[in-house]
Write a protein that binds this ligand. Sequence first.
Ligand code: CA2
Length: 156
Amino acid sequence: MVEKAQSKQQASLPIYVLNGPTLNLLGEREPEIYGRTTLGQISEMVAAQAKSHGFETVFRQTNHEGELIDWIQEARKSASGVILNAAAFTHTSVALYDALKSLDKPLIEVHLSNPAAREPFRHHSYVSRVANGVICGLGAQGYVLAVDALSKIVKG
Ligand code: CA2
């Protein structure tokens, strides 16, 4: 009984969708790599898909590593799970990796492009080491698929 009450409370927490540096410029530059969909449009797509699964979303973008880490720490208490496009921090940030190790919530890593098909410095991801799954190369649609995947994991 106690277990059931806890899992119900868990499902009512929002899905956090966190975005790293320069993703605020989506749709404005490099559309051949990142597509023409803006981050605002992705936010709307994600909110609609999450709603269809019974979840609210918290959708944020930052250019600052420490702020992203603060949000991951906040998600430990306040999120059902996290969808993360850490952008360039994916490939560089041990601090982000340490924060994610303490998250203890389902985590889906998303990339608009396919980093494995790009420059060698994009081939390693600190996020992948701790993610439940990775969706990349599918553009904005990847965020929507990540909501489906996360919802399924959270609901069990
Ligand atoms: O493909 C992805 O989603 C990336 O996370 C995007 C990052 C890149 O460093 C990763 O390797 C893969 C870069 C985001 C930069 O976003 C821009 C948006 C508009 C114009 C230029 C860059």
